[in-house]
Design a protein around this ligand. Structure first.
Ligand SMILES: [Zn+2]
Length: 326
């Protein structure tokens, strides 16, 4: 498991500039790397494979399958927006020291794609096993498919298998253990799927509509039978317009929708404009609460795991849209 030769690959990929500028950039990168190295968070003496993930959702998958047999860290923490995230010198250093980098793919990490490509075999997308016909096509934002697959717990089960395979390649002697953990965790995900299906059904049918700022919940909508409308498109990098807002305001008034939702890590500006627009026309719509969209909560909180985050979202949606708040 050699991971000593990646500095050059990353540094040369890091800048396409010529001569002096390039040397300067590399020097800055190396200096930053040296500074980060003083922080002895991951010990080089630890023989276990070191897995770096992009989102904390993928880190959670690695922890569930890898247990204590691997070390793992995610470069994006709670509330970080993966669509616009750029790698820091510390991220470069982590990726360079890792045995494997696991990322979502499907263009979720839009601004990291070049770096991830350059890592070659040292990086792997965890969405590769999902049958293409179960992906939602979305050609209007840079990728081919909607990347927000984690909101269908059954699709996340494919990710668990992918992670299990990736870890088995690194540590073949543990492959049985990884497969067992994957199977047991997938049973939990199946239960989570059933719970979400039943819970969403409790929302009166005419109110079963989820309105948020960015379009992260298409898989959720398809899997759990709730209509989904996003103001902003799939990526948070796209802007919403006045027309989008007024269309949404009309929809809310016509259908008598009681609540709309903000998302952690996404600006509340779009949702605030909709609430103000509804009020201007003499109606009211509540802020239904905050949903996790592209990251989980902080470690040590109930929402700091995939399952906890998922349940939080389901409960927030059901409570705000059903009779329970009225
Ligand atoms: Zn997103």
């Amino acid at each position: 498991m050699s991971n000593r030769n990646h500095t050059h690959t990353l540094s040369s990929g890091f800048c396409n500039a010529t001569g002096f500028t390039c040397h300067l950039l590399i020097s800055i990168l190396l200096l930053a790397t040296a500074l980060v190295s003083c922080n002895n968070e991951e010990s080089d003496d630890d023989p276990r494979p070191f897995i770096v993930t992009t989102t904390n959702l993928i880190r959670d998958a690695v922890e569930n399958v890898g247990g204590d047999d691997v070390r793992t860290t995610s470069i994006m923490g709670p509330g970080v927006d993966p669509h616009v995230y750029r790698a820091t010198p510390r991220d470069f250093q982590q990726m360079e020291r890792s045995d494997l980098v696991l990322y979502n793919g499907l263009f979720l990490e839009g601004r990291l794609s070049e770096i991830l490509d350059r890592l070659g075999d040292q990086s792997r997308a965890v969405t590769g096993s999902i049958p293409r016909n179960r992906l939602i096509e979305a050609s209007d934002y840079g990728g081919t498919y909607d990347p927000h697959v984690w909101f269908d717990a059954q699709l996340w089960m494919y990710v668990i298998d992918d992670v299990s395979q990736a870890l088995s390649t690194l540590l073949p002697e543990k492959s049985e253990t990884f497969a067992e953990r994957a199977e047991s965790y997938k049973r939990e995900l199946e239960e989570l799927h059933l719970y979400a299906t039943q819970r969403i059904q409790q929302i009166p049918e005419e109110r079963r509509i989820l309105i948020t700022a960015h379009d992260a919940f298409q898989y959720f909508g398809r899997a759990y039978h709730i209509e989904v409308r996003g103001l902003q498109g799939l990526s948070t990098a796209t802007e919403f317009g006045i027309q989008d807002v007024s269309r949404m305001v009309s929809l809310i008034i016509e259908r008598g929708i009681p609540a709309i939702f903000i998302e952690t890590g996404v600006s509340t500006r779009a949702i605030d404009s909709v609430i103000a627009g509804v009020r201007e026309r003499g109606y009211t719509v509540q802020m239904g609460g905050s949903l996790y969209s592209d990251s989980m909560g902080a470690r040590g909180t109930p929402e700091g795991t995939y399952a906890g985050m998922f349940r939080h979202n389901v409960e927030t949606i059901v409570r705000a849209l059903s009779e329970e708040l009225q």
